[in-house]
Structures are given as C-alpha cells and as structure tokens.
Design a protein around this ligand. Structure first.
Ligand code: SF4
Length: 374
C-alpha cells in the first residue's frame, strides 16, 4: 500500500538553519489549501492503489492549519482515496502550536501520530536557531498531547549546535526519554547554502559547526539509546519496538508515494517528480489545471545508487542478492569495494546483507557514494 504526503508551505518564522520550502507570509494560505485539494483530484490515479497505508502532513508547519483548512483537505482525500483502517496518519507539529483545542481537532480528524519539532529543550539553543517556541513549551507539549490521547509521538532533536556541549546534549536526550515518546528523529545541524545560518557563519557573526563535536554527539546518542533498548532502525531515526515510522520507511523501501503541495516529491516505482518550490507559481499552474512538476525516469544506475544510499542507512541493510539481481556486472565492483569496507570494520556482512557498523554510521553518505556505480 502506498503513502500520501501533503506539504504545507507556511511557517510562523524562519528557523536559521532551514532550507525547506516555506513562506512566513500567510496571505496565500487559503488559496494554497484550495490548490492542494485540486491537485489531490488531478493526481488521484497516480498511485498503483488508491488505498493509503500512510498519510503525512509535513512542511513548513502543518500545525498552523486551522480546523476548516484541515477538514477541507481530509474531506478531499476521502473523496479520491481510501485511507486504510490501520493507516498511520502523522502531522508535524511545533510546540508553540500545541494546545488542547488543536489537539482535539487533530484527534477528531483521524490524526494518530504527531511528530513534534522540539529540536532542543534549552532556550539558548532555541533562540540561536530562531525557533518560534521556548523551553517551557517544549517541556509541556508532550504531556499535553499524551493527555489528549496521542500515544504515538515522535520528537525531533538537533545536535552539533555550537553552544550545546556534550553534557547538555545528554541532558536533552534524557529529557526527551523522560517524556516517554515512542520515536525520536535526531539530526546533526548542517549548514545549507542560502540559509540565514550560512550567511551568519560566513560573515563571522555565528560560530561554525564543529564536525568532530557533532560526531561525538552522534556517538553519545547511539550509545544512550542502545542502553535504553531503543531500536536504531535508520541513521537518524530511533524507536521503541514496533513504532517504526510507516511513512518514512516507505521512502527507504522504494514503495510508491504521492506528494502534494509546493515542493512535494512523488515516486511511482519507475520515476520521480517534484513540484515547483514557489507558492505563487504553484497556484498559477493549478488554476490552469496543471501540475507544476518536473519528472525524471529512473535509469538502472539511478535505481542501484538510490538503493545503496537508502538501504545502507537502515538497520536491515543492503540485500546483496538484490544488488546482484539489479545488475550482475556492477555487483562485482560494488562487492570489491564492500569487502574493503568490511575489512576496515565500517561495514559488516550478516545473513546476506551489508550493514554499517557503529563507526560506519558516522560515514554513511560517504560509504554509499564510494559504492555507487558511475
Ligand atoms: S518550522 Fe520547520 S519548516 Fe519552518 S522554518 Fe522552522 S524548521 Fe523550517
């Protein structure tokens, strides 16, 4: 069964590190919601089956949507798709948007999982990143969500923030665990081009990220969650047994998904397409009944390299026989490189799968790109 992603391209304010597509100007919000509904209608046959196993509201900040906007999107989805009874329905929410009224609206509309952008429990980090919430809101929103009946909760945390020392990072992890979430997504702070953070660092107004500190904090994270028996099922994702994110796992397992909204990506098993990252142009195209997307049909090389990149990031690993079946010739050179990585203990081979060792997890992208076929 497939997944549906809805991108809500609006935020209250711009976090300095963020390079996702969003606008802080809310003027076009209603129009974009209407256009999203129109795109849902046009794209209703994109997926091999109209039955959805996962529905994911991401952004941007979908927790900004009001009740009418959310219910319009849900009723349009119901019109053109069938949400499976056991579907995972996730909404990304920021702590400053979480209140009892919104939680009740989300619950009533069928959302059964929240992914909360905590990032840090410390005011100094939140200010440094220009997040819209404060430490109090980060501390209280999880218990409130639980109290309103949300059991499946994922928290996002960021490490490698200059100013966040190892002890404070450990405290952040412990604080997160004490709130009893079921899932954690933890990312190292990266400085992307064209972000305010990039500008602040390149003009010496902000300290740069210390890569060594960041790797050390990734190790602290892995060790701590291992001790607590959490499942490290993807490089940046950890969960209690049985709480792997269905939606994100679909991305890693090459399962088709449809992305709706400005900048959203889709995959039908053979090709990828991505919508324009511009709210006004998105609206103009949809008003002409057209999807403003570019499309790329995947070659065998693309499929192989994507599989290497995504599968190695997962705890399941990369299935050696699958690589062979994709391209027996390429397999020989990939296997040669893989055995070097196994000798240097950054990879292991286990029951027909190549997997990254803890040391290898620090180098995941580099290892995958060294295995790529050219
Ligand atoms: S709230 Fe999320 S999407 Fe919006 S600017 Fe911050 S990190 Fe980016």
């Amino acid at each position: 069964l497939a997944g549906l992603y809805i991108h809500i391209p609006f935020c209250k304010q711009a976090c300095f590190y963020c390079d996702f597509h969003f606008s802080v100007n809310q003027t076009l919000r209603k129009d974009v919601v209407n256009a999203i509904c129109k795109e849902l209608e046009i794209q209703k046959d994109y997926l091999p089956s109209s039955e959805l196993e996962s529905l994911y509201f991401g952004g941007g900040t979908p927790s900004l949507l009001n009740e009418d906007e959310l219910s319009l999107i849900f009723s349009t989805i119901d019109q053109y798709f069938k949400i499976s009874k056991s579907a995972e329905i996730t909404l990304e929410a920021n702590p400053d948007d979480i209140n009892r009224e919104k939680l009740r609206i989300w619950k009533k509309s069928g959302i059964n999982r929240l992914s909360i952008g905590i990032q840090s429990f410390r005011n100094e980090d939140l200010k440094w990143m220009n997040r819209a919430h404060n430490s109090d809101e980060a501390n209280h929103c999880v218990a409130m969500a639980k109290d309103e009946g949300f059991h499946s909760l994922s928290l996002d945390l960021i490490y490698g923030i200059p100013g966040l020392d190892d002890k404070s990072w450990e405290d952040n992890i412990e604080k997160a665990l004490s709130l009893n979430p079921t899932h954690l997504s933890c990312y190292s702070l990266t400085v992307e081009q064209n972000t305010p953070l990039h500008k602040l660092i390149s003009t010496d107004r902000y300290k740069n990220v210390d890569e060594e500190r960041s790797s050390a904090q990734f190790d602290i994270l892995m060790n701590k969650l291992q001790e607590s028996n959490w499942n490290h099922y993807e490089i940046s994702n950890f969960c209690l047994p049985g709480y792997e994110a269905v939606h994100n796992s679909n991305y890693w397992n090459q399962i088709p998904y449809l992305g709706i909204g400005p900048s959203a990506h889709s995959f039908d098993g053979h090709s990828r397409q991505w919508n324009i990252s511009h709210n006004k142009k998105y609206l103009e195209s949809l008003s002409d009944g057209e999807i403003p997307a570019e499309r790329e049909v995947l070659s065998l090389k693309d499929k192989m390299n994507e599989y290497l990149l995504t599968s190695l990031r997962t705890s399941r690993g990369c299935e050696v026989n699958y690589i062979k079946s994709l391209d027996a010739n390429a397999y020989t050179s990939i296997a040669d490189q893989a055995s070097e990585f196994i000798d240097s203990k950054i990879m292991i081979e286990e029951n027909g799968f190549w997997k990254l060792s803890q040391k290898g997890k620090q180098l995941a992208d580099k290892i995958a790109s060294d295995l790529f076929i050219v």
